[in-house]
Design a protein around this ligand. Structure first.
Ligand SMILES: [Zn+2]
Length: 121
């Protein structure tokens, strides 16, 4: 299986394990649309991202992200690579916003542990 195909499958499993709602995106250039609840009182609707799976490390994803014209419009575009630490997006969150990555505060259990599990389920 091609690496990117495998990564997409693994992310789909991860979203389910994390308790995120997700579906395949019908927007060109994106693989998934995902929504998750936010712990912050100023984010009662949670967050929705348009995910493009791209097998690159986080610094490269951040660089690539600069091509998006309106990153702060919801649903926010997001780039997901190999695992939670290799993810990047920007969004309004809490009192401000900024750079996001998949973190355990948004997942049902520890994000890195879920990522490991998503490889085998
Ligand atoms: Zn938030």
């Amino acid at each position: 299986m091609a690496m990117v195909t495998w990564l997409k499958l693994r992310w789909a499993r991860f979203f389910t394990l994390a308790g995120w709602s997700w579906k395949l995106s019908n927007r060109p250039g994106f693989d998934f649309e995902v929504s998750f609840r936010c712990y912050h009182s100023e984010c009662p609707d949670g967050h929705t991202l348009l995910v493009r799976v791209c097998n690159k490390p986080r610094y490269a994803l951040q660089e690539k992200y600069q091509a998006f014209e309106y990153p702060y419009e919801e649903p926010n575009p997001a780039l997901f690579g190999d695992g939670p630490s290799n993810t990047y997006w920007e969004m309004v969150h809490g009192h401000g916003g900024g750079e996001g990555r998949v973190e355990s505060c948004w997942t049902r259990q520890d994000a890195d542990w879920l990522w490991e599990r998503a490889a085998y389920d």
